[in-house]
Design a protein around this ligand. Sequence first.
Ligand SMILES: [Cu+2]
Length: 72
Amino acid sequence: MVFDDPMRITMVRLVNADGTEMPMERGTGLEPSLEFHAEPAPLAPGSYTVEWRGLASDGHAMQGSFSFELAD
Ligand SMILES: [Cu+2]
């Protein structure tokens, strides 16, 4: 994930279409950064959603989500 301003990621999770959380190795984001990287375990084809929360540099809490699809 890429941000316009430094963000400290306080929560990130990857869920499948059933809402089951997928294992994901969190790589960065404990310190404020413009980029956040995480590495999921190998995923089966299907729909997935990433949900995140973070703290902007001005202290405001922010959150978001986005979805993607893996074709077989
Ligand atoms: Cu703000």
